[in-house]
Design a protein around this ligand. Structure first.
Ligand code: PNS
Length: 166
């Protein structure tokens, strides 16, 4: 039985992420979507919220589970019997993703499978989504419906909080 991990920050998870998770689920027997617990200052959602949202979206595939992970990804792979890391690859990511894949393979021998991002989502990233949403742009085309609604609500509550602080 082949087990893959799809790791990421998923803040928030986009159609591009779900596309990679679904494609991975068709290649391997079991997929673990691992949400990194390193919370950045600009984070929109807590890691637990991201797991909750992703779990709802991934429930439609019978062989996908969602969990948190901290520390080194290779240690997570060893502890969870993961055979392969699966990642979507955009042209802009190539250099850094290659470097991480080679480092991870050097550390424990775990290999990385790169799936070319579907062209429709090639320019979408969570950081751009956060920026567009924060500045009032429409992010609904890039996110699953419920995640889009929560993203818009979270940005609005941040704006309201900022106004109350003035
Ligand atoms: O969605 P992101 O932010 O591109 O995800 C990056 C992530 C979480 C997959 C990456 O930063 C990672 O693997 N972090 C775990 C720490 C680690 O193993 N670092 C060494 C990488 S060679």
């Amino acid at each position: 039985m082949t087990r893959a991990v799809c790791p990421g920050s998923f803040d928030p998870a986009t159609h591009g992420h779900l596309d990679v998770i679904e494609r991975t689920s068709r290649i391997v027997d079991h997929v673990v979507v691992a949400v990194g617990t390193n919370v950045s200052k600009n984070a929109l959602f807590t890691p637990d919220e991201r797991v909750e949202m992703l779990s709802e979206e991934c429930g439609r595939w019978g062989n996908v589970e969602v969990t948190l992970f901290g520390g080194l990804l290779v240690d997570f792979c060893t502890a969870n019997d993961i055979d392969v890391i699966s990642k979507g690859l955009r042209a802009t990511d190539f250099g850094y993703e290659l470097q991480m894949a080679q480092m991870n393979r050097q550390l424990t021998g775990v290999d990385t499978l790169f799936l070319p991002t579907t062209p429709q989502w090639a320019y979408v990233s969570s950081s751009l989504i956060r920026e567009v949403a924060t500045l009032g742009g429409d992010v609904t085309p890039f996110l699953p419906e419920k995640i889009a609604a929560r993203t818009i609500a979270r940005v609005a509550s941040r704006h309201a909080g900022a106004r109350n602080d003035m």
